[in-house]
Design a protein around this ligand. Structure first.
Ligand code: G1P
Length: 292
């Protein structure tokens, strides 16, 4: 039986939507309250059973490596000042997992980024998490998908219903309902990357959580440039579909598109409201704003 152990995080994108904040800082390191966006995804992967993290980086992404590494000076200082709570938080990040980095020299697309992980992943299934998509639920979205994967033993892609014209910002499934999993499972018939709204095969969008079999690497190596002049993961997956069954799974949870400014703000506000140490005071502050 195939078991999921490895999680790949494409993180080489330039983050132009968040300039100037991302001029000298990776977009993955922007904090939601006090935790970098990418750490939410890494924690989700670990809490879903992955113990090997592979991050695809590029120029200017050093801060991500430093974040998941031991910070000797900081730990020493916190120790000396007896800041044990903070020390625990800082240590837990580097203790969390084994992490490997691959450089994507050119930003040629999501499919190309995933292909960079080929040697480190080898011949086993793996997850891909797009850190921009932060999904909040007591059972991590990836964990929900692992349950499907363990039963079906083939690729499982996260899906969400997107109404209206916004569908054309996503990869879109053509899929038919499958048995089990409370009506959340669909067998994929086809998929297309960022179709025009009138050409979208359904309102079921691809969301940034994938569990893929290693056959995807052969497919991606044969995939040509697609939408936006990029090597698209969706196009590679369409090729995979010709060889293997694939499922779309409508996860339970609330998703924030933190790659978008409004989505980032919504996530910040809602995550702050949920915090034990901040929620009360922040709620009071928000109530006091005279919003019309
Ligand atoms: C990527 C994928 C797309 C998917 C989306 C989910 O697009 O290419 O299929 O729907 O992530 O967030 P991007 O948002 O990187 O343009």
């Amino acid at each position: 039986m195939m078991k999921l152990r490895k999680a790949v995080f494409p993180a080489a994108g330039l983050g132009t939507r968040f300039l100037p904040a991302t001029k000298a800082q990776p977009k993955e390191m922007l904090p939601l309250v006090d935790k970098p966006i990418i750490q939410y995804g890494v924690e989700e992967a670990i809490n879903s059973g992955c113990d090997q993290i592979i991050i695809i980086t590029g120029r200017g992404k050093q801060a991500i490596e430093d974040h998941f590494d031991v910070s000797y000076e900081l730990e020493k200082m916190l120790e000396e000042r007896r800041k044990t709570d903070l020390l625990k938080i800082v240590r837990s990040i580097s203790d969390m997992m084994h992490v490997a980095y691959v450089r994507q020299k050119e930003a040629l697309g999501l499919g190309h980024a995933v292909l960079m992980a080929r040697e480190l992943v080898g011949n086993e299934p793996f997850a891909v998490l797009l850190a921009d998509d932060v999904i909040d639920h007591p059972v991590p979205a990836l964990k929900q998908m692992v349950d499907v994967f363990n039963q079906k033993q083939c690729s499982v892609i996260a899906a969400q219903v997107i109404e209206g014209k916004m569908i054309s910002s996503y990869g879109v499934f053509d899929a038919q309902p499958a048995d089990g999993f409370n009506g959340r499972l669909f067998e994929i018939r086809n998929m297309v990357e960022k179709p025009k709204p009138e050409e979208a095969p359904s309102n079921l969008a691809i969301i940034g959580r994938y569990i893929l079999t290693p056959t995807i690497f052969d497919c991606l190596s044969k995939t040509t440039t697609g939408a936006g002049g990029e090597l698209q993961l969706t196009d590679g997956m369409r090729m995979l579909l010709k060889q293997e069954k694939m499922y779309a799974y409508v996860y339970e949870g609330r998703r924030y598109d933190t790659g978008d400014k409004l989505g980032f703000l919504k996530a910040t506000v809602e995550f702050a409201l949920k915090r034990d140490d901040l929620g009360g005071a922040f709620r009071e502050y928000l109530k006091g704003l005279k919003l019309s």
